[in-house]
Design a protein around this ligand. Structure first.
Ligand SMILES: Cc1cc2nc3c(=O)[nH]c(=O)nc-3n(C[C@H](O)[C@H](O)[C@H](O)COP(=O)(O)OP(=O)(O)OC[C@H]3O[C@@H](n4cnc5c(N)ncnc54)[C@H](O)[C@@H]3O)c2cc1C
Length: 406
């Protein structure tokens, strides 16, 4: 079987590897126009800050050789679906099954006068940003904008601008976002940028002088190739639950596909696994994503999973400590649990430690539709130097249980 994968990022390389694990014979070709071996985009903010100084490459050439994966450093320019061929400038390549894993590119809003700006999506962008100095304006306070503000504030004076009412609006609600906002110097929310004129950013009632501008307003799917070949495309490439496009022999996964999942590496991996199975004739369907994620600003770690809350949900907040009350060098933990009827549907967590562990088990609880009552019964580990007798999550669950029963 001839399998062609366009894109050598998280989604493309995972699809290839998952197919290879189960099928040693398939002829797998991976195309990539960047000329890079796969690397961790998630690490880019930490390259900018200098926290990571070594390579962020995730696989080397040996990996492709060992797994018998042919990598072709070329841009696929078109797809002929009738002949089942992809075309580069030089050659044509036949496929039985084609995978589009073409990723996304930074979304740049239409702002009058916005010309010279940085984005952060590639190693090259990170290297350019490492040279930035003076006063910078970051447009967009989503996860990338906030992480970048954290990285750049070490050496630059940063102003963070957000059009929405609060920062991190896809992972935190307004009240929890406020806890993070208190940490961010020079933040403006609900802004409407009127225009940019050279090094001046004009807001409604303020003009900000700066030396550089970074646009961090999210990404949009790379779906041009799919669209030009006649596949169904809206905001991204339309796929069904098997990650199949409108052509039965073409699949799409990762940032280029249109799904309900956030554009995260974790979601790209889950989608790629589904694609690999279906290509091999194993029926697999994508499961709902709860967009479990984690980010940081300063010494705060911020985790989120599931629903952020709505009119139909009920929530409880607990502000506790990471360790036994009396233990020195303690730190605060903020927990928000969200329930629909008596089920856990979402959680938000902010703290200086242990956020990742807690958000991961809360994500499992959401995924498994755990009842709040069951969360109250959770058996948790205790040592005064490391944790509390009553874990803050369990305390929050008890508060929520009482609210539900009222
Ligand atoms: C700064 C930053 C931080 C992030 N942090 C996190 C995080 O902490 N956690 C998390 O889960 N996610 C994070 N993400 C998101 C995550 O990186 C993406 O969701 C993930 O990389 C998507 O993988 P992908 O394979 O779909 O796309 P990509 O990794 O973008 O790969 C697509 C590849 O396709 C190639 N390509 C495109 N068109 C063609 C063509 N026509 N021919 C040949 N090749 C082509 C491109 O060159 C590219 O290499 C972050 C993203 C950014 C930008």
């Amino acid at each position: 079987m001839n399998i062609v994968i366009i894109g050598n990022g998280t989604a493309g390389v995972t699809t290839a590897l998952e197919i290879r694990k189960k099928n040693k014979q398939a002829n797998i070709k991976i195309f990539d126009k960047s000329g890079n071996l796969p690397y961790s985009r998630c690490s880019l903010p930490y390259l900018v800050s200098g926290k990571i100084q070594d390579s962020i490459q995730t696989f080397d050439r040996n990996f492709y050789k060992q797994n018998n994966l042919k990598i072709i450093n070329a841009e696929v320019k078109s797809i002929n679906r009738q002949e089942k061929v992809v075309k580069t400038d030089k050659d044509n390549y036949e496929y039985d099954k084609l995978v589009l894993a073409t990723g996304a590119k930074p979304f740049v809003p239409d702002i009058a006068g916005l010309k010279d700006y940085y984005t952060l999506h590639t190693i090259k962008h990170a290297q350019e940003l490492m040279k930035a100095s003076g006063k910078g304006v970051i447009i967009g306070a989503g996860m990338v904008g906030v992480e970048l503000a954290d990285s750049l504030r070490q050496k630059c004076d940063i102003v963070l601008l957000e059009a929405k009412e609060h920062v991190l609006s896809t992972i935190l609600d307004k009240n929890f976002a406020k806890i993070v906002e208190k940490k961010i110097k020079n933040l403006r929310t609900s802004v409407n940028i009127k225009k940019i004129d050279q090094n001046k950013v004009y807001l409604k009632d303020e003009i900000i002088d700066c030396d550089f501008i970074v646009v961090a307003c999210g990404v949009k799917a790379n779906s041009k190739l799919a669209k030009e070949s006649g596949l169904k495309v809206r905001k991204g490439i339309i796929v069904d639950k098997q990650m199949k496009t409108s052509d039965k022999d073409i699949y799409a996964c990762g940032d280029c596909a249109q799904t309900n999942a956030a554009k995260l590496a974790t979601n790209a991996i889950m989608q790629a696994e589904v694609v690999a199975d279906n290509i091999l004739g194993i029926d697999a369907k994508i499961k709902p994503s709860f967009n479990t994620c984690i980010t940081k600003f300063d010494n705060f770690i911020i985790g989120s999973t599931g629903d952020l809350g709505s009119e139909n949900t009920i929530s409880a907040v607990f502000r506790g400590k990471a360790r036994a009350e009396y233990y020195p060098k303690n730190s605060k933990v903020y927990v928000k649990l969200i329930a629909k009827e008596d089920y856990l549907v979402g959680a938000q967590l902010i703290g200086e430690e242990d956020v990742v562990g807690r958000i991961n088990w809360l994500a499992l609880a959401v995924q498994q539709k755990l009842k709040i009552e069951q969360l109250c019964d959770a058996e948790t580990a205790y040592n005064p130097a490391l944790s509390c007798v009553f874990d803050p999550v369990v305390v929050a669950a008890n508060i929520l249980k009482r609210k539900i029963s009222r």
